[in-house]
Design a protein around this ligand. Sequence first.
Ligand code: BES
Ligand code: MN
Ligand code: ZN
Length: 495
Amino acid sequence: MRYTVKSGAIEKITTDCLVVGVWSKGVLSDEAKSIDAASGKTISKVIKAGDFTGNLGETTLLYGMDGVSARRILLLGAGDKKKLDALNVGKLVEAAAKAVSKLEASSVHFAVSSLQAKDRDGAWLASMLSRNVEDQCYRYSTTKSKKPKPASLRSVSISAIAGTGRKALEAGLKYGQEVGKAINTAKQLGNLPGNVCTPTFLANEAQRLATHHKSITTQILSEKQMSRLGMGSLLSVSAGSAQEAKLIVMQYKGAPNDSRPYALVGKGITFDTGGISIKPGLAMDEMKFDMCGAASVVAVMGGVASLKLPINVVGVVAAAENMPGSKATKPGDIVTSMSGKTIEILNTDAEGRLVLCDALTYVERFKPRSVIDIATLTGAAVATFGSFATAILSNNDKLSETLLECGEHALDRGWPLPMWDDYQSLLNSNFADIANIGGPKGGTITAACFLSRFTEKQKWAHLDIAGSAWNSGNSKGATGRPVSMLMEYLKRQKA
Ligand code: BES
Ligand code: MN
Ligand code: ZN
C-alpha cells in the first residue's frame, strides 16, 4: 500500500473513494461542507431524507456526484463533536477502513482533518488511518482452497492537517503502516492451525525475518541444546509431543553493540491440549491461539526492524506443543528449571509459565533494560477483563505505568493487577521449591507470581493476553494484540 499526503481542494481530488465526516444530527464537517457546496447540496439531501444521521461509525456511499472528481463519497459518522476523544476517533477510523476495504476501489482519500481527537495530534490521526487500513485489508486465505478475494486498495492519501507539518504526517502514516503490517503478521501466525504452525514452523518464520532484515539475527535452540542449559521446566511441556520444542532467539541491532537491549519474551504453545490434565472438548480448537504471545514478539521484531528504531531489542520465543502421551509429564512430577529452582507440576495445563520461566532465565544473559513477557496465560484473565484489556503485572511500577500509557495512546489497552506478596504463599509446595499452580483464586495474579520468582533480578512486566489476543464466535480470529502497545513502548525508548 502507498500512503501520501495530498493538499488542495478536496472536490478536485481524483480518487476512487473520498471519505468525509458528518457529525451527529447530520451536521456537516468542514470537508463535507465543501463537497456539499461543489455538488449542488447532494449531502444535505441525503441527510434531509433521513438516510444518514452521523452516528459514530455509521457509513454510507454516494456515487457519481457532479462537481466532484471522486468516483464515490463515503460519508462517515463522527458522532457528537464534543465527545470526539481518541477512543471515538479509533472507532470511526476502524469503521471507515472496514468500509473502504470492501470496495472495488484501488485508491481512497481521507478528507477527515476536522475529525481530530481533542487529546491527540495530527500525526496520531495519520498513523491510526494507515494502521487501520492495513488491519482491515487482511484476509485469511492460507488453508482455504477457494481463496477469498484480496482487498482492492492500493493507494491511500490523506488531506493535510492544520497544526501538523507534512513530514510529521508522513512519518505518522509510515509508523501506522508498519504497526498495521506487524498486527497482520501476528494475526496470520495466530490464525494458522496447530498442525501447520508448530514450534518448527515458528522457528522457520523467525529465520525468515533474519533473511528479510539485515539488522536481525536469529538463533534456534534445539531440545538437546536446551537440555544442556538445564531447561527442565520448558522441556517438561513438550515431553508428550512428537513436535520438538524450540527456543527462538531473535536479536535486532538498531544501536551500537554495547547498548543494552529491551527484551520481549513470548509464550509459544502452538497447541494446548492441557496435557495429562486434559482440557474439556468445548472450544478446544481455540487453543491453537495459545502462541499469540509468540506471534506478537515475532511481529514486533519485524516492525521494529522495518522502522529502523534506534535501539537494540532481543525477542525470545518459547515454542512447544502441550500434548498427553506416554512420555508426557504427569501431575506431581517435579522438574528442575534453568534457574535451579525445582517445580512441582500439580497441573500440566498450567504449562505457559513452565516454558516462560526458563525463557526468562535465559534472557538474563542479554542484561536487558527491561523484560516484557507476553502470554495467553490464564482463563482467569478472560474472566476478569473480557476481551477489552490486556492484564499488566509487573515488579516495577514505572514500567507498569508506561505500558498502561502506551496501550492507552495506541488504543490497545491494558490494565494493572496487583502483585502483592500475600499471593506468593499460594505457590508453596510440600515437595519442591514452588508449585506451578496457586489454586482456584486469583489465577492471573498467582500465574504472574510464579513468573516473578524467575525475574527477581530484572525490571520485568507480564502481559496476560488470554482475553485480548483473539475473538471467539462468528468473527473467530486473532486480533494482533498487543502489537500496537509494544510498538508504542519501543518507539518511546532510547538506546
Ligand atoms: N492457555 C491456557 C489459558 C487460556 C485458557 C487462555 C482459556 C484463554 C482461554 C493456559 O495454558 C491454561 O490452561 N491455564 C489454566 C491454568 C490453571 C490450570 C491454573 C487456566 O487458566 O485454566
Ligand atoms: Mn494450559
Ligand atoms: Zn496454555
